[in-house]
Design a protein around this ligand. Structure first.
Ligand SMILES: [Zn+2]
Length: 657
């Protein structure tokens, strides 16, 4: 084959040009937040940020609805970036922006480095307040969040509590009896499957966040606490109406769900900084009640059970964040692992209690502000708390709650009652979030009996909230979940009785598909499931979960596990505990993953669908139940809605004008 010389010369020239002309570069990863599709309430505050990766010096410009807007850090059209962007990145921010006009708004930015320029824009939607419902329909807002609670968790709790006769349930849960019922889609900003941080934050901010992030938009900053903020429901209502905020959980109070009501961080795992921020920004968020586990973050680093450390603290909140959000001086933050945070809460006017006895002691005369820390990490689950109250120990005479160094913990309904006593002192109203945290945690661990016990405990708290609402007009109560966990499903009931199940040999070695494991053979399906019956004691919990014909649960989003179908005497070691506690628990026979249960019980080995040793969250819709006193606001929650819709429905009722 021959090539014409002219063609050959042209090809050589083109090749040389490609080789010797510098590539046209430009900054990469240029991003503008809030992103397109974000929604805000009229007057709700949020930060705007433009950032990119490239070769400095960096400059940027911003217009909002075609009008130039000056940055509050990272000066416009200068070479000054904001000082909180990592090496190689430039960032420019506008703090605490708000729109007064409902409808669509356009943000446009250019980001320039020494090699070129990139333009980005986004369109956000502002939801107006006018034309809303009547005034005072949501003076008090109570959000009951059953973490990980799907339809099947509720069904399981109902069957266990009431049983079924001839095809009909013999009773309804408290939450079943709420008049409003709908479905909620639970996706986050960056996945169909959310984790608990954006899962809660979508209800408390109206904004989708990335997994692991709460009260912020994604960004590259030197500390996750410096990421662009979006205002919480509690902050907004405190600012414009003077409401109080209550946070009640059975988890460690640093955990994602409680923190996603008041804390602004791009990393949900920074316990020291998260717990400091609760107090240091309490004049902005109106915090009056904080109850749960997590004492480890409140004790100086040198004390027994402390987890405080510089590596998960924050320091030096940028000046423009402080100014824009009008934060008190303490909020700037310092690295202080030796801080006595309980003492600092007390100095700020909080009454501190550390056990159920202490909580009962304040019932007659609720204080102005209340801090309750009932465990070092997560609190224990309902069935383990109840075992101690009943005096029914493990075979060796010990109690799980004692192993966790928290012998006298309140139940969630008792905490809810105490929280309402404090919060109802504020005549301007309140926002209260009550979390049943272990519905999720025990579903992750595929411990069906403990997960059902948690759902029963959570439902009692829903009853407390409803009775409060009945007595206090203008209260709205929503019961929902941040996501479903584990693909929890009711597959049938045990056949052949508990004693026979106990006597079965281990099926651990049965891996041949042609051989039927004995434990698979006693899972009664269809007609063989029949109608399980449990006995309840006066304390409101089952006498035992191991009844003949007990409900059997399968996990559609499972990790590897051993399954005996019977109650597990010890829970799997909780992940949110001081490290020294985990070591102690290991020595007395606790295991770290459900697959390790083989060591304490003969079992049936089930290979999971996913890696990581635990069941995972699913993308399923979750049910929402609603009740409101003095209005039919509950009707708003019928049908199918996206998770952020719940925020706008509650807030439009709280702020209607
Ligand atoms: Zn969750």
């Amino acid at each position: 084959m021959s090539v014409h010389p002219r063609v050959f010369r042209a090809a050589v020239a083109l090749f040389a040009a490609l080789l010797f002309t510098p590539a046209i570069a430009a900054p990469t990863k240029v991003a503008l937040v809030p992103p397109s599709g974000a929604r805000f309430l009229e007057g709700q505050r949020f930060d705007i940020r433009v950032e990119g990766l490239g070769a400095g010096p960096f400059t940027a410009t911003l217009t909002v609805d075609d009008k130039p807007v000056a940055f509050t850090s990272g000066a416009q059209n200068t070479t000054t970036t904001d000082g909180i962007s990592p090496a190689g990145w430039g960032g420019f921010n506008v703090r605490a922006h708000a729109f007064r006009k409902a409808g669509l708004h356009k943000l446009s930015a250019t980001f320039t480095d020494s090699t070129g320029s990139v333009s980005v824009d986004s369109t956000v939607h502002v939801v107006g307040l006018s034309g809303g419902r009547g005034e005072g329909e949501a003076k008090n807002i109570i959000i009951l969040l059953g973490d990980g609670m799907g339809v099947s968790h509720r069904t399981a709790a109902r069957i266990v509590k009431y049983g079924v006769t001839a095809g009909d349930p013999n009773g309804r849960l408290e939450m079943d009896a709420f008049p409003g019922l709908g479905l909620v889609s639970t996706h986050s900003l960056n996945s169909i499957v959310t984790d608990s941080a954006p899962g809660m934050a979508c209800y408390s901010t109206g904004a989708h966040a990335n997994n692991g992030q709460e009260g912020v938009y994604p960004a590259h900053t030197t500390s996750p606490f410096f990421q662009p903020r979006v205002e919480y429901m509690g902050e907004y209502l405190h600012r414009v109406r003077g409401t109080s905020l209550g946070i009640v959980t059975t988890a460690d109070v640093e955990d994602a769900t409680p923190a996603a009501n008041a804390i602004h961080t791009g990393d949900r795992n920074l316990g020291t900084g998260i717990c400091d921020q609760y107090l240091d920004e309490s004049s902005n968020n109106g915090l009056a009640v904080l109850m749960g586990g997590g004492r480890r973050w409140f004790l100086p680093a040198t004390q027994f059970g402390s987890s405080r450390a510089a590596k998960n603290d924050y320091a030096g909140l940028p000046a423009d964040v402080m100014a824009g959000w009008k934060l008190p001086a303490a909020a700037v933050g310092v690295s202080d692992p030796d801080r006595d945070l309980i003492g600092d809460f007390q100095h700020a006017g909080f009454t501190y209690v550390e056990d159920a006895t202490g909580l009962r002691g304040i019932a007659a005369k609720p204080p102005q502000r209340l801090l309750g820390l009932f465990g070092y990490g997560n609190m224990n689950v309902a069935l383990d708390k109840v075992a101690k109250r009943r005096g029914t120990p493990l075979p060796d005479g010990s109690y799980v709650v004692d192993h966790y160094h928290a012998p006298d913990q309140p139940m969630l309904d008792e905490m809810a009652e105490a929280a309402l006593g404090v919060l109802s002192r504020n005549r301007r109203g309140f926002v209260l979030m009550i979390e049943g945290a272990h519905i999720d945690k025990q579903s992750h661990l595929m411990d069906a009996d403990r997960a059902v016990g948690e759902t029963l405990e959570f439902d009692r708290a829903a009853g407390v909230a409803r009775r409060f609402a009945e007595a206090h007009q203008g209260t709205v109560v929503v019961v929902l979940a941040d996501h479903e966990c584990s693909g929890f499903s009711l597959i049938g009931a045990l056949t052949g009785g508990v004693a026979a199940a106990r006597a079965l040999p281990s099926d651990a070695a049965v891996l041949d598909p042609k051989t039927l494991p004995a434990r698979q053979n006693i899972a009664g399906t269809y007609d063989n499931a029949g109608f399980p019956r449990y006995t309840f004691l006066a304390d409101g919990y089952p006498a035992t979960m191991d009844v003949d014909g007990k409900v059997l649960v399968g996990f559609g989003a499972s990790g590897d596990r051993y399954e005996t179908w019977l109650s597990k005497p010890l829970p799997v070691t909780d992940s949110l505990l001081p490290d020294s506690f985990k070591t102690e628990l290991g020595k007395i026979g606790y295991v770290k993953e459900p697959v390790q249960r083989a060591s304490d019980a003969s079992g049936f080995y089930l290979r999971g669908n996913v890696t990581g040793g635990q069941a995972v969250h699913t993308a399923s819709d979750i049910p929402i139940s609603a009740y409101s006193s003095g209005s039919d606001l509950w009707r708003e929650f019928g049908g199918i809605q996206t998770n952020t819709d719940v925020f706008f429905k509650l807030m439009r009722a709280a702020l209607a004008h």
